[in-house]
Design a protein around this ligand. Structure first.
Ligand code: MG
Length: 249
């Protein structure tokens, strides 16, 4: 079931998403060689609690931590722990909060020290995919317009899109309908209307699009071990076009 959000609800979600953006900005600053992913997790949880909000992922279907931290060939859902960030790594940081009954969700992929040119390109193209998708979030466009924009940009740069995971509606629940695919299946999909709020999150791989889940039951990795990048915003469709909610004012 798809629920459209009122202006009042979007205002609350804007606050929730602002906390997400602030936490991700703090995490980006904290990312450097030698930092453990569990330290980033603690930082994220503490910053969220200061706002009186709750981390959304902790306990979600049994996920043990507040933050998802996915290094290099890890696509998404990496569990923070005793892993140290190293020069040349990339780390995907995915974070959500629950605030006044509504969720916000966002992700960035951060380079650690000096990364290779090809990995730099992967990060740039993945973030561009996100914004190209968001640009299509105007009333009367269809969901497939967004998916196509993401897919075309990634594939024209010889990267591949993860098919098993995608974006989602968001609101009173972390994951709501519709599924937001990062590739085109068939048909035009749902017609976008004012009040629709979506978490858009392309996951782009340097090599194969094939992924598998590690024995921890969570961590998604590329089958060929090549790096993967992930960027996400929570975005509202408004009469003035897309409004990115996971953004600092
Ligand atoms: Mg999400």
């Amino acid at each position: 079931m798809i629920t459209l959000k009122s202006k009042r609800e979007i205002a609350i979600m804007r606050d929730a998403c602002c906390i997400v953006a602030e936490v991700l900005a703090k995490l980006r600053q904290a990312c450097r060689p030698g930092v453990l992913t569990r330290d980033l997790d603690r930082l994220a949880e503490e910053a969220t609690t200061l706002h009186g909000a709750k981390p959304a992922f902790k306990g979600y279907r049994g996920f043990p931590k507040a933050l998802c931290a996915s290094i290099n060939q890890q696509v998404v859902h990496g569990i923070p722990g005793e892993v140290e960030l190293k020069d040349g790594d990339i780390v995907g940081l995915d974070f959500g909060v629950l605030h006044k009954g509504y969720f916000g969700d966002g992700a960035i992929t951060v380079p650690i020290g000096k990364i290779s040119q090809e990995t730099e390109k992967l990060l740039r193209v993945t973030e561009e995919c996100l914004y190209r998708g968001i640009d299509k979030m105007v009333p009367n466009n269809h969901l497939a317009d967004l998916s196509r924009a993401i897919q075309t940009h990634a594939e024209s740069n010889n990267f591949s899109l993860v098919k098993e995971f995608g974006g989602h509606g968001i609101g009173k629940n972390l994951h709501e309908d519709p599924m937001v695919l990062n590739y085109v299946v068939n048909g035009r999909g749902l017609k976008l209307r004012e009040g629709l709020v979506l978490a858009v999150e392309p996951m782009v791989n340097m090599g194969t699009d094939r992924v598998q889940i590690l024995s921890d039951g969570w961590t998604v990795v590329t089958l060929d071990g090549k790096p993967s990048a992930h960027f996400e915003h929570t975005v509202a469709v408004t009469s003035n076009g897309p409004e990115i909610l996971t953004r600092l004012p």
